[in-house]
Design a protein. Structure first.
Length: 197
């Protein structure tokens, strides 16, 4: 069976260690723990935890879980999600990672970076898990028709006050049909590019 995922705060996960089982409030109020598949967890993160800090993503081996797991249709989206009908044993969690998120960069830094190279259309911050450690990346998106023309050296010099960050450039930012930024796709892309390094 494929791995399943659960999003929680680091504090909640740390509290579960002494008891060797994790019992979020949903187990008491709804009778189950909300889980997601690999294809679902980033959307779950965006939909329900956008403004929550200190989040971690638990990767669960369903073969190590004692309670029943049922795939059930969610009421707010037309999709089936896995629900765990009992506590989650801490030894069923095979890995834990920081949850990826968008981070706000200082406006003055963004202005300086954009002014340093006219090939830059947008500057965004993404905090991800990079080879097992949290890292913030400054993502530079190219102007339309100018992919590959950004001078990373000029951008880094202009954003020198941004310490302990990685830098990467993308041809264009992923967008929804309405033109808004697709943060889920961007964060997945940044993670993928960082893992390729």
């Amino acid at each position: 069976m494929k791995p399943l995922f659960h999003i929680t705060t680091r504090a909640a996960w740390d509290r579960s260690q002494a008891a060797h089982e994790y019992r979020p409030s949903s187990l008491e109020t709804e009778g189950f723990i909300h889980l997601s598949t690999e294809e679902q967890w980033r959307h779950t993160l965006q939909r329900f935890y956008r403004s929550v800090s200190d989040l971690v993503v638990l990767r669960i081996d369903p073969r190590r879980v004692a309670a029943e797991i049922k795939f059930e249709r969610a009421t707010d989206v037309d999709e089936e999600f896995p629900h765990l009908y009992g506590p989650l044993e801490t030894d069923a969690v095979v890995s834990l990672r920081e949850a990826p998120r968008m981070v706000e960069l200082p406006a003055r830094s963004i202005e300086r970076i954009v002014a340093a190279d006219d090939a830059i259309a947008d500057v965004l911050g993404c905090a991800i898990d990079d080879h097992g450690r949290p890292r913030t990346y400054v993502v530079l998106a190219a102007q339309p028709g100018r992919p590959g023309e950004i001078s990373l050296q000029h951008a880094i010099a202009a954003g020198a006050e941004l310490r302990d960050v990685g830098w990467m450039q993308v041809h264009a930012l992923p967008r929804h049909a309405d033109g808004s930024l697709d943060e889920v796709a961007l964060l997945a892309s940044v993670e993928s590019l960082a893992q390729d390094d």
